[in-house]
Design a protein around this ligand. Structure first.
Ligand code: TXA
Ligand code: MG
Length: 353
C-alpha cells in the first residue's frame, strides 16, 4: 500500500490547499480506510469508529491485540448521545470545562458502536480533541473516528508525523502532517461508569483539576502499583508500552546523588562496550560525563518534559543505544503522566539511591 503523506498548516485549514488535504483524509475515512492525524496529545491512527471492518484494520496495521479497545473521537456533544448512554450529570460538567481537550471519558455504549471498536466491551471511550486539524479530519471523516496512538504496538507514541511514517508507512492510506504536537503524552482517561469517577490513565487534565470541579476522583490502583495482581481497568495499560528498544532504568533520589550514580553506572556500562544514553534536564545536562547525554526539558516547566518524552526515547533508538539511564520526576500535575509513561517504558526498573 502506498501511504499518502500531506502537510497542512493548522492556521490555513480553510485555504484551498487546507480544504483539499482534509477532504482527502475525510474521503479515505468515510470509505473505511486508515488516516493518521495530529491531536494535541499525540498523533492518532483514525478509522470510522462506527464501521467494524474499518476499525479492525487499525489492529492489523498497528499489530495491536484485539482486546484493547479504541477511543472514539467526536467534535460536538450531540455526537456523544449517539454513542454513549446513561451519561451522568458530572460528565456533562466535566465536558463543559475540559472538552475539547486532552481528556477521554468512558460511558456505557449504545448499539451504534460495534464491539469491534470497543474490544468486546459494553463501554465506549470518547474524546473531543481541541487540535484544529484533528477536529477538521474527524468532521470530514463522518464525525466518529476511532483512533489509537499512531505507533506500532509497544513503541513510543508518535509526537510528530515522521514518527508515524517510521512505524506505519506502507500499512496505512494517509498521514496528515501538521507538525509536532502540543502536549506529547496521551489524554487522561476517566471512567464515568463508576461513582466516584476513576482515572485509568493520567494525562494533562489532572486529578487535582477534576477534583476542583466535581469533588472526589479515584485512581486505578494498577496505575500506581505495577506489581499488584489487579488487572488495570483500561486494557491497554497492561501491556509493556511506550518502550524504547534499549533497556531503560530510572534513577530516583536526591539530585546530586542521582547525578553521581548515573555517571558511575554509565561509565561502567560504557567500559563494558555498551552504547549508553542519559536522559538529563536543562539543569543537569552539563553534569554528565559518559555516553550520549540529552536534555528532556526543564524542571522549571514540566510541560517541556512531557513534550519531549517520546521523542527522546525514539532518538535513543535511532542512535542504537543499548541502555538508557533517566532522572526521575516529581509526580504532581502533569508529572503523574510523565512518570506513569516513563515507568512503563522502563518496565518499572527503578534504582533508588
Ligand atoms: O491522547 C489520546 O488518548 C490518543 C489520541 C490519538 O487521542 N489516543 C490514545 O489511544 O492514546 P490508545 O488506543 O493508544 O489508548 C487508549 C487507551 C488504551 O489503554 C485502552 O485500553 C483504553 O484507552 N480504553 C479504550 N476504551 C476503553 C474502555 N471502554 N474501557 C477501558 N479502557 C478503555
Ligand atoms: Mg497507545
Amino acid at each position: 500500500m502506498k501511504t499518502i503523506i500531506e502537510k497542512v498548516d493548522k492556521a490555513q485549514l480553510n485555504s484551498e490547499e487546507g480544504i483539499r488535504v482534509i477532504e482527502r483524509a475525510g474521503e479515505i475515512l468515510r470509505k473505511g480506510g486508515l488516516a493518521a492525524f495530529p491531536t494535541e496529545t499525540v498523533y492518532g491512527l483514525g478509522a470510522d469508529g462506527l464501521n467494524e471492518e474499518a476499525a479492525e484494520k487499525i489492529y492489523a496495521a498497528k499489530g495491536r491485540p484485539s482486546d484493547n479497545p479504541l477511543i472514539i473521537h467526536i467534535t460536538d456533544m450531540e455526537s456523544l448521545k449517539k454513542i454513549a448512554k446513561n451519561i451522568p450529570e458530572t460528565a456533562v460538567r466535566i465536558a463543559e470545562k475540559y472538552w475539547p481537550g486532552p481528556l477521554t471519558m468512558i460511558f456505557e455504549k449504545t448499539d451504534a458502536v460495534p464491539y469491534g471498536t470497543t474490544g468486546g466491551l459494553d463501554t465506549v471511550a470518547v474524546r473531543m480533541p481541541c487540535d484544529e486539524t484533528a477536529a477538521a479530519v474527524i468532521r470530514a471523516g463522518g464525525g466518529f473516528i476511532a483512533a489509537p496512538s499512531a505507533n506500532t504496538s509497544g513503541r513510543p507514541s508518535p509526537t510528530e508525523a515522521q514518527h508515524v511514517k517510521e512505524d506505519l508507512e506502507g500499512r496505512i492510506d494517509m498521514i496528515v502532517d501538521s507538525g509536532p504536537v502540543d502536549i506529547g503524552v496521551e489524554s487522561t482517561i476517566l471512567d464515568m461508569t463508576t461513582v466516584p469517577p476513576m482515572i485509568l490513565r493520567p494525562g494533562a487534565v489532572t486529578k487535582e483539576m477534576l477534583e476542583e470541579l466535581v469533588g472526589e476522583i479515584c485512581v486505578d490502583r494498577a496505575i500506581i502499583a505495577p506489581d499488584s495482581k489487579k488487572r488495570p481497568k483500561a486494557p491497554g495499560m497492561k501491556y509493556r508500552h511506550y518502550a524504547p528498544r534499549a533497556e531503560l532504568s530510572i534513577v530516583e533520589g536526591e539530585a546530586e546523588t542521582v547525578i553521581s550514580v548515573i555517571n558511575e553506572m554509565a561509565a561502567q556500562k560504557a567500559s563494558e562496550g555498551f552504547k549508553v544514553g542519559i536522559i538529563s534536564t536543562d539543569e543537569t545536562l552539563e553534569r554528565y560525563k559518559a555516553g550520549i547525554v540529552k536534555s528532556i526539558g526543564t524542571r522549571m516547566d514540566e510541560a517541556t518534559i512531557a513534550n519531549h518524552l517520546y521523542g527522546i526515547l525514539r532518538e535513543f533508538d535511532d542512535e542504537r543505544a543499548d541502555c538508557i539511564f533517566s532522572e526521575a520526576f516529581p509526580t504532581e500535575g502533569i508529572g503523574s503522566a510523565i512518570m506513569n509513561r516513563l515507568l512503563k517504558a522502563a518496565g518499572y526498573r527503578v534504582i533508588r539511591v
